[in-house]
Design a protein around this ligand. Structure first.
Ligand SMILES: [Zn+2]
Ligand SMILES: [Zn+2]
Length: 131
């Protein structure tokens, strides 16, 4: 699977609690297959239902699974950050830092805090360094 952002890099796999997450070693974007967000957050919900469609002037990316152009979506509670979601429901793409941002906006889910901690260790995110 190629990175939908850099296109030429192959996504690598990292493991979080037996969940295999695909990430790009170069741009540090993360791909979550369908249902992986539910496993991470330790709850069952309709992954697509937490997002709303948004219209932004941002380059469209292709789903790494089916190569269909993904839809731009955001959370109703924070529409500044835009995520890419496959219309065929293969999964969600997060540019660097966006996955962390998403989870921060969903603190009510049981798995949110421990995953955030793990993300910070893995990517060494530091606030203020994000562009
Ligand atoms: Zn990349
Ligand atoms: Zn797809």
């Amino acid at each position: 699977m190629f990175c939908p952002n850099c296109k030429k890099n192959i996504l690598l796999i990292m493991e979080y609690e037996n969940i295999e997450l695909d990430f790009c070693p170069d741009c540090l974007g993360v791909w979550l297959d369908a249902e992986e967000l539910q496993w991470i957050l330790e709850s069952q919900f309709d992954e697509r239902s937490i997002f709303t469609k948004t219209t932004v002037d941002e380059t469209k990316k292709k789903c790494p699974r089916c190569q269909t152009y993904m839809q731009k979506v955001s959370l109703p509670q924070n529409d500044k950050i835009v995520y890419d979601i496959c219309p065929e429901n293969h999964g969600i793409w997060f540019d660097r830092g966006e996955l962390e941002n998403l989870i921060q906006n969903l603190p009510e889910f049981p798995g949110a805090l421990s995953f955030l901690q793990w993300l910070k260790t893995i990517f060494h995110y530091q606030s203020g360094q994000e562009k």
